[in-house]
Design a protein around this ligand. Structure first.
Ligand code: SF4
Ligand code: SF4
Length: 200
């Protein structure tokens, strides 16, 4: 039996951020330092890049919203602005951690831990659904060789960010509100200043 190996179909589905006539929005996490880099590239190429805050936490000590990640806003064709239907991703060498790891992604398993998993919305994954069902991490590592290394880098980046936040909390530099009402959250979102959390 031939060993299964991931081979991207170059269908572009993963760079489609919104299905037309649907509320579905794809959230590709982009770190603030990645956004800065992407803005530079977009400026040089005169591409209208738009991003939106995604993962944010209220810091009730400093009355600030801490911004951990952003996400791309889709262009008029519902795609990422860096996607070209003829050639695919136009920033392949420097695309965000999440895109480099794809179709591997991170799944939250509890408050502090994430694990590498396979995104079922990838068309190649869908085609091989039965072979990929219930496979363990060692098999994932073999099937998605290059992507696995990138997913590990993505995981490390996330862990570093979480550790950084916990350290700031332990040093009483911030206090993250973990149980607040939606009403308060929306109020803070509207009124408080932003602070980006970065780890290099
Ligand atoms: S950065 Fe590249 S891979 Fe990521 S969504 Fe945009 S076009 Fe697709
Ligand atoms: S959806 Fe999957 S197969 Fe299609 S381009 Fe994206 S990674 Fe490749």
């Amino acid at each position: 039996m031939t060993e299964l190996k991931y081979a991207c179909l170059k269908c572009g589905t993963c760079c489609s951020l919104r299905f037309s006539n649907a509320d579905y929005i794809k959230r590709i996490p982009i770190y603030p330092e990645e956004v800065d880099r992407l803005i530079e590239i977009a400026k040089r190429r005169q591409i209208p890049l738009k991003v939106k805050e995604d993962l944010v936490f209220p810091d009730i000590l400093n009355k600030k919203m801490l911004v951990l990640t952003y996400r791309f806003i889709a262009n008029e064709n519902n795609h990422c602005v860096f996607y070209d239907p003829k050639i695919g991703c136009t920033i392949h060498e420097i695309k965000p951690f999440a895109c480099q790891a794809y179709p591997l992604t991170l799944k939250q398993i509890d408050a502090f831990n994430l694990e590498i998993t396979i995104d079922s919305t990838c068309n190649w994954v869908e085609e091989h659904h039965n072979e990929l069902k219930n496979i363990d991490i060692n098999k994932i590592k073999i099937i998605f060789r290059e992507g696995f290394k990138n997913a590990e880098a993505f995981l490390r980046k996330n862990k570093k960010l979480q550790l950084h936040l916990r350290r700031m909390e332990a040093e009483n530099k911030i206090k993250i509100a973990r149980q607040i009402s939606l009403e308060d959250f929306n109020k803070y979102l509207k009124e408080w200043e932003r602070e980006e959390i970065t780890t290099n």
